[in-house]
Design a protein around this ligand. Structure first.
Ligand SMILES: Cc1cc2nc3c(=O)[nH]c(=O)nc-3n(C[C@H](O)[C@H](O)[C@H](O)COP(=O)(O)OP(=O)(O)OC[C@H]3O[C@@H](n4cnc5c(N)ncnc54)[C@H](O)[C@@H]3O)c2cc1C
Length: 430
């Protein structure tokens, strides 16, 4: 490993908070170390940018197949007409031009941890001193018979935003009044724990205005879900939840999950042979780390990537760090906010390791906002710290849930949700 001069001493850092204090210290370089980042989502883009901000002497290459990134945060708002896909789309130009990151639009097909190199789909190889892997999620296509990458073109998951979101929105808009939307929620752990329930809320907002006789059924393999009481009280207020005329029905079937799909009739069948037929069917399958993580030998039996939480370095492969949804950072959820927080911890760690400096004791933050109606926002927030056993633990007394009955706060939080979106996308991509 290349040895470089000290620059950012200290024993504790809350991710991002000490950045400005650390960034202006000069260096003497022996050679430019090279960090390669796989994946230009919230994790990868933020890590690439913050490494360049912390230490302009480190060369950073970001590899991402798409020329534009469409954010999943905000993508449920498309169903209520509150955002367009164009408004959720970011280019990588600022990362290349402002931060001098070498952005390559290609797909990584292999990682060689011994030779410290990665291979791109067009065949060339790149060497790295440290590799950061942030490929997000992939789906466990073997869990629902009849549902695969091909059928997802007509039965969208919309759990990777962009064309999938647009397909589902077109189907919702084409549905006749009185139609049934079925959302098959995924089992834990999955990307964005409140996401399926915010989706039902945003669809219900659209349907109450345009197709009020319609229904939304959420088939859930879980017996509880994130911010459940807050969602349900919002559903009572806007969508008649708990009455015979409720637009949303939550059907919890932990012992009886959906196991089969008939594409032609849009019918799903559960383990006990219950059948649900939809006019619009949204299947969000079970998830695992993005496939490149598995190919690189970074996943364990769970399908996710175990890491040393202080550095985000893989527990299975040296000099490779894993962040974002693909990594095991529980009790941090798989969210864009958490991915950004992990990216900053990782950026500090990688810079310190390349400068032969001690690692710092990190802290992480997460807030997940959801909209139940355009002017009704709810949130769950938490601060996390590194516990003495090296795991991530919640800071007692921090964070918490929105207060249920406080009407004014619901309006304020709907504004906070929109402001949070603007600030996190600027922090990652601008
Ligand atoms: C409907 C929905 C709503 C959400 N709302 C919120 C919200 O309100 N707040 C919140 O905090 N989170 C939210 N999330 C969660 C959030 O989107 C994810 O947690 C976040 O995107 C994770 O970032 P990531 O970098 O791990 O993965 P991603 O953002 O998915 O980025 C991974 C990138 O890696 C690239 N990639 C994959 N494989 C390779 C390869 N082999 N080579 C090169 N590149 C590769 C992909 O193209 C992709 O661009 C939501 C998610 C959904 C689905």
């Amino acid at each position: 490993m290349i040895s470089r001069r000290a620059f950012c001493k200290g024993s504790a850092v809350s991710a991002g908070l000490l950045l400005n204090a650390c960034r202006s210290t000069p260096f003497q370089h022996t050679a430019a170390p090279h960090v390669v980042v796989i994946g230009g989502g919230f994790g990868g883009a933020t890590a690439a940018k913050y490494i360049r901000k912390l230490d302009p002497g480190i060369k950073v290459t970001l590899i991402e197949p798409s020329e534009h990134y469409v954010t999943c945060p905000g993508s449920n708002w498309v169903f209520a007409g509150l955002k367009t896909i164009a408004q959720l789309t970011f280019s990588y130009r600022a990362l290349a031009d402002k931060y001098d990151i070498n952005v390559i639009h290609d797909y990584v097909t292999a990682v060689d941890p011994v030779k410290h190199s990665i291979r791109l789909s067009e065949g060339s190889r790149l060497r790295y001193d440290r590799l950061i892997v942030s490929p997000g999620i992939d789906f466990r296509w073997d869990t629902i018979a009849g549902y695969d990458q091909h059928t997802a073109h007509s039965i969208p998951h919309a759990w990777k935003a962009g064309e999938q979101t647009a397909i589902l929105n077109r189907q919702l808009q084409a549905m006749a009044d009185g139609g049934t939307v079925v959302i098959c929620a995924p089992p834990n752990p999955f990307r964005c724990p409140p996401g399926p329930y915010e989706r039902a809320s945003m669809m219900a907002h659209y349907l109450t205005r345009h197709k009020p006789k319609s229904k939304i059924l959420i088939l859930d393999p879980k017996s509880q879900f994130s911010k459940q009481k807050l969602f349900m009280s919002g559903w009572e207020k806007y969508y008649g939840y708990g009455t015979d005329h409720s637009m949303i029905e939550w059907i919890s079937i932990p012992d009886n999950p959906v196991i089969q799909l008939d594409v032609n009739t849009k019918t799903v069948t559960t383990d006990f042979a219950d059948r649900y037929t939809a006019d619009v069917l949204n299947i969000i399958p079970a998830q695992k780390a993005g496939v490149i993580a598995e190919k690189a030998g970074l996943t364990d039996d769970s399908g996710w990537c175990p890491v040393n939480h202080q550095s985000c370095e893989s527990s299975l492969q040296p000099d490779i760090h894993v962040i974002g949804d693909a990594s095991k950072h529980s009790p941090l959820p798989k969210s864009a906010f958490a991915a950004s927080s992990e990216a900053k911890v990782c950026a500090f760690a990688v810079v310190n390791l390349l400068n032969d400096q001690a690692l710092m004791a990190p802290a992480w933050i997460n807030t997940c906002y959801s909209l139940i109606a355009p002017m009704h926002g709810i949130s769950v927030a938490m601060v996390y710290k590194l516990s003495p056993d090296g795991l991530v633990s919640k800071v007692k007394g921090s964070g918490g849930l929105s207060r249920q009955s406080d009407e004014k706060s619901r309006i304020l939080e709907s504004g906070f949700a929109r402001q949070w979106y603007d600030s996190i996308t600027a922090d990652s991509f601008l």
